[in-house]
Design a protein around this ligand. Structure first.
Ligand code: AMP
Length: 275
């Protein structure tokens, strides 16, 4: 396994790796959710590259960039065991040199839900992913369904800019009690950790109620009632999975999406309604 940190080193390696090359971009602090993406990539590719980069451009000024969990040594050990060929772990200056000024703006898709609460977030995501794809030049890009709106934004960027890569979405890995695995789960106090799975239960309740014929308004109201008192809901809705426009009936392909704060920690979750 090679670990590289400069764009030039990365380019040189990616040119000689066997194809198809699968690529998993991450911000590190790796857990079983990330490893599910790596496993899927390993099953489908001749070589695997993983990037570890906590991207400052996707954090707002009052968000957790400085305290975001970092564990490069532990991450490298996990990726080594998982059979990864190359880890690309650049520092901020390698990705954003001083004169850097270009951004990729995904438009309206990046302005609702997560984008409404984090106005510069998806521009930061779209810019770094475009840049990483140009450095790594993979055949397949692996993304987690856990970040549903991010998958929609990146699929849109790939389509709009004709980026030569296939996008594969991997289902969400969960803790036994249903909580979606996330690097941010380590921030939760024990009480918040107990409260956190109620977000997933609320999403399931929306699915059940709407599948049983209740209106979206009724289903969302009933589901809100299932949230733990420690949960402060940012949004709960049913959206078209490509446009992220709210929809009133559970018509696939759709996502039931939710985001809630537990203390200082924001957690996202969703249920994919497949065709
Ligand atoms: P992050 O390090 O949070 O930027 O995540 C890197 C990639 O892993 C993204 O494509 C995420 O959607 C994906 N991911 C994060 N958590 C999970 C999970 N619990 N299950 C599946 N994929 C995940």
């Amino acid at each position: 396994m090679h670990t590289v940190s400069t764009v030039a080193q990365a380019r040189a390696l990616f040119e000689v790796l066997p194809r198809p090359l699968g690529f998993v971009p991450t911000m590190g602090a790796l857990h079983d959710g990330h490893l599910a993406l790596v496993t899927r990539a390993r099953d489908e590719s001749s070589a695997i590259a993983v990037s570890i980069f906590v991207n400052p451009a996707q954090f707002g000024p009052s968000e957790d960039f400085d305290r975001y969990p970092r564990d490069l040594e532990g991450d490298c050990a996990k990726l080594h065991r998982a059979g990864v060929d190359v880890i690309f772990a650049p520092d901020v200056a390698a990705i954003y040199p001083e004169e850097f000024s270009t951004t990729v703006d995904p438009g309206a898709l990046g302005t609702s839900f997560e984008g409404a609460l984090r106005p510069t977030h998806f521009r930061g995501v779209a810019t770094v992913v475009t840049k990483l794809l140009n450095i790594v030049r993979p055949d397949v890009l692996y993304l987690g369904q856990k970040d549903a709106q991010q998958t929609a934004v990146i699929r849109r960027v790939v389509r709009d800019l004709d980026l030569p890569v296939r996008v594969t979405i991997v289902p969400t890995e969960r803790e036994p009690d249903g909580l979606a695995r996330s690097s941010r789960n380590v921030y939760l106090s024990s009480q918040e950790r107990e409260a956190a799975p109620s977000l997933h239960r609320a999403l399931q309740a929306v699915r059940l109620a709407m599948a049983g014929g209740r209106t979206k308004g009724d289903a969302l109201a009933a589901a809100r009632g299932l949230l733990h008192p420690l949960a402060h809901l940012d949004y709960l809705d049913v959206v078209d999975s490509d446009t992220f426009e709210p929809i009133d009936i559970l018509r696939p392909p759709a996502f039931i999406i939710g985001a809630a704060r537990f203390g200082a920690t924001r957690l996202l979750d969703n249920i994919w309604i497949d065709a």
